[in-house]
Design a protein around this ligand. Sequence first.
Ligand code: AMP
Ligand code: ZN
Length: 137
Amino acid sequence: MTEDCIFCKIVEGKIPSAKLYEDGDCIAFLDISPAVKGHTLVVPKKHHETLLDITEEGLKALMIKVRSIAKSIVDATSAEGFNLLQNNKKIAGQMIPHIHFHIIPRYPGDGQDFSWKHVKYGEGEMEEYKNSIKKRL
Ligand code: AMP
Ligand code: ZN
């Protein structure tokens, strides 16, 4: 439990949530301000800020739950598909600094659009990005 973390407080039952699922490692509940009805958050019980902070073991367990909860959401809502989103740090839109996955069911005419603006690489720049990332893997 980290002081002042809303998701730690939900895990601890100190603030209410529309809880869908809970086990020893994670909790899933409806987003209070959904992008689309049925928008669900899957949150590990242990506090880690981002994807880069959670342990590999924790992440594996979490991803298995994310998939099975996504399947249940699709079944329950008859969604045609879903978006899986995960924001890391404020610059990327992370409002709650406790790692979580968003599962957002998608229906025809749901009014959402997760497309982004596209940018272009300059001459040789794509190669530079490729090499710089690749040598760190
Ligand atoms: P992010 O921007 O990726 O950190 O997403 C945080 C999400 O948490 C937002 O979609 C909020 O609507 C949602 N949220 C914030 N507080 C609560 C809460 N008490 N219960 C359910 N969802 C919440
Ligand atoms: Zn937390």
